[in-house]
Design a protein around this ligand. Structure first.
Ligand code: ARG
Length: 576
């Protein structure tokens, strides 16, 4: 077990039993990193109440059982009854040497595996992917990578918006301009222009509005010619966002597309079931669910509309069908929806209704992993100079172009230069997104994300390149550096201790779908490596054993950084 916090918890459990009897073995050990030692335990404070003894006495008794073991060098009571724990150097060194020999680098897998459905990315047909989709795409992709690495059985669900009333106007516009013209416009990626032209007519031309309305009816009724045109529209735009995924290195494939239209055949039955169960009722001609606790501005109960009075179904109905399908047919244990925070109420209502219907039970969890906004320097939603929404592909291109500016003096070979720029630009863009708590908004700032110092993608990429260059100079393959790791100076100790936390950091990502916790760990690790590298000569180490140990520590850092960046989906160039 490499994770120090878990090793300490286990040790504490033994100390609790030894000091106060077996009943106390599973008290929460409350172990946290500390400024004064490696870790600190606050267990004595709540325990003192239970035992009716002074907290410092309780702490002292526990400390007596903890200190001087193989794991803990010293356990000291401080303040009102805290226990400061300092790990033994030999233990840290031994664990780090073991971690280096472990193909999983100390990341335990979970058992039994759960079936987790992750709903993410979810762009809309005939609308350009915009900066908002960057976040739902890269955060979701990091979460699935980590879950899979831990051995969970993951189902990616790309809930593509390919259905709804907007298709009436889109299809009428397509007919107006002709299939050929529509095809070439969409294939060229001018999706927004296509949509806006349709919308412009819809806003001024009542005859067009009426045609659009009839077209929606035809689409829902399955009219073959309408379906043919709709299929064309859908497949043209799909090609376009699949290209964005490929460029970003996102693991979504066509097999993961479960678009809204997939659920069409289930909608009538979902409505029937909810109505029969008494969860949905007719209100003003529409079928609605009124989950308890949701009220509108005027205090009246807020409906989740399942079937409109004209018989049409909406976004909410589809989500009800999707949640039932995922639980009943896919047998999911956990549902994660990586979607913008503006849909928070929608998901709360969907979950509440699913609970009322008995679909969501204690055996299944559902969570909305809310995604905050990307803003411009004005703090408002990120927009182009002309005020329009910015295409994701333009952002990617700009990040790569700017990355090329940053590195251009270092590489003469244009091929190599553009390869590295691609990895640095895309890595910077994705990392900037992944390093921020997902529910917070952040300001998109190319200069900052591309900086070689600070918590950035390029800083982490550069750390790996620097370690590789140490090995090149040593003419040693990083894979053959096996240690043993010894601790002779504080920066070595700090780095080794940090590296042992890798498993815990990876597991933390899955607790609440929060990749930024792994990003923070990687940044701290790279920073600890920087200090080590500045203060502890590797190739010029005082003797061969220390040199081997430092090479091993460098190799372990490299492997942890590469594995962690891989789990985040950040590309890493060999050189930088
Ligand atoms: N397509 C939607 C949008 O762009 C997001 C869909 C999220 N997933 C879901 N199951 N509703 O806003």
């Amino acid at each position: 077990m490499t994770d120090p916090q878990r090793a300490l918890a286990q040790l504490m459990s033994g100390a609790l039993a030894a000091a106060f009897g077996p009943d106390y073995a599973d008290a929460d050990p409350v172990i946290r990193p500390s400024q004064f030692a490696d870790y600190q335990s606050n267990v004595a404070l709540p325990l003192a109440k239970r035992l009716n003894r002074p907290p410092r006495d309780v702490a002292a008794e526990l400390a007596g059982h903890l200190g001087g073991s193989d794991v803990v060098a010293t356990a000291e009571v401080s303040g009102p009854g805290f226990i400061n724990l300092t790990l033994s150097d030999a233990w840290i060194a031994g664990q780090a040497t073991g971690q280096l020999a472990d193909p999983r680098l100390g990341v335990a897998s979970v058992s039994p595996a759960q079936c987790v459905v992750v709903d993410y990315s979810a762009p809309n047909v005939a609308k350009e992917m915009h900066v908002g989709h960057l976040r739902t795409t890269v955060v979701g992709d990091a979460v699935v990578r980590v879950l899979e690495h831990l051995g969970q059985s993951v189902i990616r669900a790309n809930h593509i918006g390919d259905w709804g009333t907007q298709f009436g106007l889109l299809l009428e516009h397509l007919l107006d301009i002709g299939e050929e013209a529509a095809y070439s416009q969409l294939a060229a990626g001018e999706i927004n222009a296509f949509y806006q032209a349709a919308k412009a007519k819809f806003d001024v031309d009542p005859a067009f509005v009426e045609r659009s309305r009839q077209r929606v009816v035809a689409l829902q009724a399955g009219d073959p010619e309408t379906l043919r045109l709709w299929t064309m529209l859908v497949s043209d735009t799909k090609q376009y966002y699949n290209a964005v995924y490929a460029r970003l290195g996102v693991t979504l494939t066509e097999a993961d597309e479960v678009p809204e239209s997939f659920y069409n055949p289930m909608l009538a039955d979902v409505c029937d079931e909810l109505q029969a169960a008494g969860v949905a009722v007719i209100s003003d001609g529409a079928l609605c669910a009124f989950p308890p606790g949701f009220t509108g501005r005027d205090g009246s109960p807020l409906p989740l509309i399942l079937r409109k009075s004209d018989g049409g179904y909406g976004y909410g109905t589809t989500d009800m069908a999707a949640i039932r399908y995922r639980i009943r047919d896919l047998h999911a244990n956990r549902l994660i929806y990586v979607v913008g925070s503006e849909q928070a109420q929608h998901f709360e209502m969907v979950f509440a209704v699913a609970r009322q219907a008995g679909w969501l039970t204690d055996a299944v969890s559902a969570e909305h992993a809310t995604i905050g906004m990307v803003t411009g320097s004005d703090g408002k939603r990120f927009r182009s100079r002309s005020g329009g929404s910015v295409k994701l592909i333009d952002l990617i291109n700009e990040a790569v172009e700017r990355a090329e500016e940053v590195i251009k003096d270092r590489y003469d070979d244009p091929e190599q230069r553009s390869q590295i720029a691609e990895a640095v630009g895309i890595g910077a863009l994705k990392y900037a997104d992944l390093s921020v708590a997902r529910e917070s908004s952040y300001t998109l700032d190319f200069d900052r994300m591309l900086a070689l110092t600070g918590n950035t993608g390029p800083y982490l990429q550069y750390a790996t390149a620097r370690i590789r260059s140490i090995f090149r100079r040593a003419q040693v393959d990083p894979g053959s550096a096996t240690g043993p790791i010894r601790l002779t100076a504080d920066p070595e100790r700090q780095l080794a201790l940090r590296l042992l936390g890798f498993g815990a950091a990876v597991h933390q990502v899955t607790e609440a779908a929060e990749p930024h916790k792994l990003a923070a760990f990687l940044f701290e690790t790279a920073s600890a490596f920087t200090t080590f590298y500045e203060q502890c000569p590797v190739l010029q180490a005082p003797d061969a054993a220390i040199r081997d140990s430092r090479l091993a520590l460098s190799a372990l850092t490299l492997r942890v950084l590469l594995a962690g960046l891989g789990l985040l989906g950040i590309p890493v160039p060999e050189r930088m």
